[in-house]
Design a binder for this molecule. Structure first.
Ligand SMILES: [Zn+2]
Ligand SMILES: [Zn+2]
Length: 371
């Protein structure tokens, strides 16, 4: 047992409460990480609000970065003292994992959302009783977390000078947006892309579209402040959705656009986006939608111009190589997401969440006490 402090989430109407907990002894494929920083993501808040099948109370947090304290006997991903970032967990033995596509792991739920390890054992105890843990294989709103061989990435030596609070958020929304452009849609140089929604995922897609050489890169959002940031990060055009964005895109790209990337999950936005596609155009969809929504797409346009509509999870990331690639792009100044981050003390977790929900901060990152 290892003593730690963790932010317990009890639902929408209760503040996160930082309380003493104990972590279980490590299994052979596990690592104990002293968490240095953890990003806050909309998925954490969706769980708090009961929109995802994760039981509360639980310790959330899935964008953790820290220093390895101890490793199980079978761990090769990192050793004690290494700086690591964490991402989602996966089983390693299903057809998706076999094809290096762990974001589509057949056993995603037990390895990420069941509140326990996949074998059913608890990782976090509070006053002698199990509390929900192993969230995305980590539960990093805490001073310490248990992670796994498959969801830990050692920070490359070239990034030794980068603070972990900078690296923490790279394993979720940033990876999703960049991976969607570079890995899922395989955006080609010189073709137009439209990105609907300029939150973390959309901003990452815009930066990656610039890396890929897409042109023009068009951002659409309802907030002018976000559109201004999107321009700084690589958008060549930025249109407010409330102000005739679709018509402006049609004027700018009369032959249609090569790629549409939707992060909004709004049915009408996705259907408008489909209508913008050029021959062989690809639309990638990552937004959280209303579970009752059904898309309606014109079949003749779909088939007749060879369009592709793809659902995308986690940017099709194979996490160790892709996160390393993103860290290298960041070091080269080509993935400059640091402007999206604002740090908060761990004790101020509720203030950080408020800043995210109001839209004032795109990516709040919690910094744990050093003790
Ligand atoms: Zn996330
Ligand atoms: Zn799997």
């Amino acid at each position: 047992m290892t003593h730690a402090h963790a932010a317990i989430c009890r639902g929408h109407d209760a503040p996160f409460a930082i309380e003493p907990v104990e972590l279980a002894a490590l299994q052979p494929d596990e690592l104990r990480i002293r968490i240095v920083a953890c990003g806050i993501c909309h998925t954490d808040l969706a769980v708090r609000d009961g929109q995802l099948p994760v039981e509360l109370p639980a310790v959330l947090g899935h964008e953790g970065a820290g220093i390895v304290e101890e490793v199980g006997s079978a761990v090769t991903a990192a050793k004690p003292g290494d700086r690591v970032v964490m991402s989602f967990n996966s089983c390693g033995e299903c057809p998706s994992c076999d094809a290096d596509a762990p974001t589509y792991c057949y056993n995603f739920f037990p390895h990420n959302w069941s509140g326990r390890r996949a074998d059913g054992s608890p990782t976090i105890m509070r006053e002698g009783e199990p509390v929900g843990g192993n969230f995305f294989g980590q539960s990093s709103f805490a001073t310490h977390a248990i992670a796994h061989q498959r969801n830990v990435v050692r920070v490359p030596d070239a990034a030794a000078d980068l603070p972990l609070e900078r690296l923490a958020p790279i394993g979720c929304g940033l990876m999703t947006g960049a991976g969607a452009v570079l890995r899922s849609m395989k955006v080609r140089e010189g073709l137009p892309i439209v990105v609907f929604g300029a939150g973390t995922v959309g901003m990452a897609a815009i930066m990656a579209a610039k890396v890929a050489g897409a042109d023009p890169i068009i951002a659409v959002d309802m907030h002018d402040s976000r559109l201004a940031t999107a321009r700084e990060l690589g958008a060549t055009h930025a249109f407010n959705a409330k102000d005739g964005a679709i018509d402006k895109i049609k004027q700018l790209c009369p032959r249609g656009v090569g790629y549409v990337f939707d992060t909004t999950g709004v049915k009408s936005v996705i259907e408008d986006g489909f209508d913008l596609l050029a021959p062989k155009g690809v639309m990638g969809i990552v937004g959280a939608s209303d579970p009752a929504d059904m898309l309606s797409l014109n079949e003749a346009a779909f088939m007749g111009s060879g369009r592709t509509v793809m659902g995308i999870l986690g940017g099709d990331s194979d996490i160790a190589p892709f996160l390393t690639e993103l860290i290298e792009l960041h070091l080269a100044g080509r993935f400059p997401y640091e402007t999206l981050i604002e740090t908060f003390d761990f004790a101020d977790i509720d203030k950080a969440i408020e800043a995210s929900e109001s839209g004032r901060v795109v990516k709040p990152v919690l910094v744990m006490p050093a003790d």
